[in-house]
Design a protein. Structure first.
Length: 454
């Protein structure tokens, strides 16, 4: 087996080798032995799935595909498909191995691709789920047949059959199996952190970490998260940021303290926090499976719906054998961002909390959706392509002009119109005034320093 096979290639010099399994471990082994073996055949039950085609981190990575090159360029090695459950292996008198297939309730020798006997057969069929650590009444039910290596679990990483049993690490990949990166450390480090927040809320009544900001800061918050949030990028379609849309009070845009003193979640729990007009509340990297219980999870009341930010690929972007170098895969026009095939940010708006996810356990259809056009540098900060279209979408959601204005412009609009944009609220003008004074002071100091030096 893969777990015990020798790593010294000289032990396989001149030998015919059969490797069972067409995953990363199988091709990694074939690659390591290719320089000394006579020939190597790799046998699997399905076609080879390349990570570059499927964009699933668990499929065969490019670093392990040298054997496929060898096969395609006809240098004796081979890659075959077949049902391993229908195969038999017989050890011959010369200590070599013969492989055959089952036909009409008997085994027959395959006289074609595997007609030569093998000196070694190496099993590389992946890991097996070990449930022997659990007691008789505490064994979680497994998911058959597609995810049998994982126990069944709910959206909060809790066993479906054993209450209060939670899973962390690679085993939590059940929830994003063949979708995202939870099978390795680059992904499950974020789901483990999410589990910590879940347990903090459940057992200690500490709400999911969140930040509060004014309505006109939603855009800045989104742009920052889009360009810096590694958890959303690595766990695309599985983790999302959530922003509760504020209730805007047109008559109190300059009042920072228009808040309720407490918020009752149910008859037993009252949070002594604040639910504010003109302010948004943002929670980061929330598992999609928890959004059906968003209010209970975050301890925040949904007033005018909520926004979600996540990354996703376009429809039919990838599957085995998919050619992804065609021109159709690249979209550069902002107005066609919804056709982006490569990974890109998507913002959904829901008027109220939904109760069910879609069939593939991703976000359900939203009331409004906005796609930011894909970017080859993964930097969504170009004003015309990214910032301005996003600004227009957010303004439509919060029903306010979120652009920033100079104090003079604000004064002019205040003289002409009954209401002024959010960017002209008193705190914003005062902040800009302080920044201008600070800048003028810095320039004055530099000028004085230059005079002294002279």
């Amino acid at each position: 087996g893969y777990e015990s096979v020798s790593t010294d290639p000289s032990n396989f010099k001149g030998q015919n080798i059969l490797i069972l399994g067409q995953g990363n471990s199988g091709f990694e082994t074939a690659q390591a032995l290719s320089d000394t073996a006579n020939f190597i055949h790799v046998l699997g039950k399905t076609r080879v799935r390349l990570a570059t085609d499927t964009h699933y981190i668990g499929d065969v990575r490019s670093i392990n595909t040298r054997h496929i090159d060898s096969y395609q360029l006809k240098t004796l090695d081979g890659v075959f498909e077949g049902d391993l459950n229908q195969a038999f292996i017989a050890k011959m008198p010369d200590n070599r191995y013969q492989i055959g297939i089952r036909s009409l309730h008997r085994y027959v020798r395959d006289d074609d691709s595997t007609r030569d006997n093998y000196d070694r057969i190496i099993r590389c069929l992946g890991f097996q789920y070990d449930d022997t650590i659990f007691g008789e009444n505490a064994t979680p039910e497994r998911s058959f047949p597609t995810r049998q290596r994982y126990p069944k679990m709910t959206g909060d990483y809790q066993s479906k059959t054993v209450p209060n049993m939670y899973f962390a690490g690679a085993i939590s990949h059940y929830l994003d199996y063949r979708k995202s990166g939870g099978s390795s450390i680059q992904g499950f480090r974020y789901t483990a952190r999410a589990l910590h927040h879940i347990l903090e809320w459940r057992y200690h009544k500490n709400p999911w970490p969140a930040i509060t900001f004014r309505a006109n800061a939603i855009l800045d918050h989104l742009i920052t998260r889009i360009n810096q949030a590694s958890g959303l990028f690595q766990m695309f379609e599985s983790l999302v940021d959530v922003i509760l849309v504020p209730q805007v009070d047109d008559n109190n845009m300059d009042n920072e303290d228009l808040c309720q003193s407490s918020l009752t979640i149910d008859e037993n729990i009252t949070l002594h926090g604040r639910e504010c007009f003109n302010q948004s509340i943002g929670s980061t990297e929330v598992p999609v499976g928890l959004l059906t219980n968003l209010e209970e999870l975050t301890g925040r009341k949904i007033i005018r719906g909520f926004l979600t930010l996540n990354f996703q690929y376009g429809t039919n972007f990838s599957h085995p054998g998919r050619e992804m170098r065609d021109k159709e895969f690249y979209v550069t026009e902002p107005e066609k961002a919804y056709n982006s095939k490569f990974i890109h940010p998507v913002i959904h708006y829901y008027k109220k909390q939904f109760t069910e996810l879609s069939k593939d356990q991703t976000l359900p259809q939203s009331d409004k959706v906005f796609h930011l056009v894909e970017d080859s540098l993964f930097e969504w900060n170009i004003h015309q392509k990214h910032v301005y279209p996003l600004t227009r979408f957010i303004e439509h959601i919060v029903r306010k002009d979120l652009k920033n204005y100079f104090a003079g412009t604000c004064m002019e609009m205040a003289m002409k119109y009954k209401n002024v944009p959010t960017g002209c609220s008193r705190p914003n003008i005062q902040k800009k005034h302080r920044e201008k004074k600070k800048e003028e002071s810095t320039v004055a100091k530099d000028s004085n320093s230059t005079s002294v030096d002279a």
